[in-house]
Design a protein around this ligand. Sequence first.
Ligand SMILES: C[S@@+](CC[C@H](N)C(=O)[O-])C[C@H]1O[C@@H](n2cnc3c(N)ncnc32)[C@H](O)[C@@H]1O
Length: 263
Amino acid sequence: MSRNRRIPRHGLRPNPSGVHFLVAEDVVRTLVRTCEPGPHELVVDFGAGPGVMTAAVARTGARVLAVERDPEFVATLERRFRHTDRVRVIHGDLRTVALPRKDFLVVSNPPYSTSTALLRRLLGPRRPSLTRAALTVEWGFARRLVTATSASRELAWWTGRFDVELIRRVRPDCFRPQPTVDSAVIAIRRRRLSPAAERLLIDLLDAASREPSRSARALVRHTGIPAAHRLLSRCGLEPGFRAGAVTPRVWATFAEVATARRE
Ligand SMILES: C[S@@+](CC[C@H](N)C(=O)[O-])C[C@H]1O[C@@H](n2cnc3c(N)ncnc32)[C@H](O)[C@@H]1O
């Protein structure tokens, strides 16, 4: 199948609100393959529009919640998926709609104006139910996520507990209308941290964002973990490194290893 094969435009209308609809099949395939929904897993498509992503995910056998705010798209979605019980259409705002309490996945091309609000909802809570996600976001936003250090508090909180990976760059002509900037597909996977590791990670991120110029060695000295500086080296970190420049992923590894030794 050619890379640029275009998706049939189910119910696409003029777009006054600045959202960009996916028209490149290979990007849809990348999103689904990145998240790998298993049969019967629950997947949320935020901003489902005419249902391009919803249809691709439903074909894997997963159950899909298609969340859409626009009543005309809601009617299109209801018509399009009326013959399958794998898709439930929810007329609502992705910034406020109730999220599943049980584990769920996200495969979505949401409006970029909602990226931060959406990630805040998905990655922010102390006990998140999100396990994996594949999303499109603006290229610059994707770069900020994957290069986040502990000095930036919110991004550190997100990327300490979730692994965020840049999967590919997406050119503007993969969307209609075309955005003015490049986009990215990102993968998000929750780390399975024990409660003790998560508590230690919170303390470390907190301390690193308050005193980013301190050395990592000085920061872990106060955790009471025996030979903490040697553990830092085992986690690939030079103990003299500035705490604020350490990636949250490294602090998460440190927290896992340190608390596993104590248990
Ligand atoms: C970028 S389009 C993506 C549509 C479709 N998923 C695709 O890839 O072609 C975003 C969709 O989100 C809807 N939308 C915009 N703001 C929303 C919000 N706050 N809550 C839910 N849906 C929203 C728009 O109506 C639009 O259908």
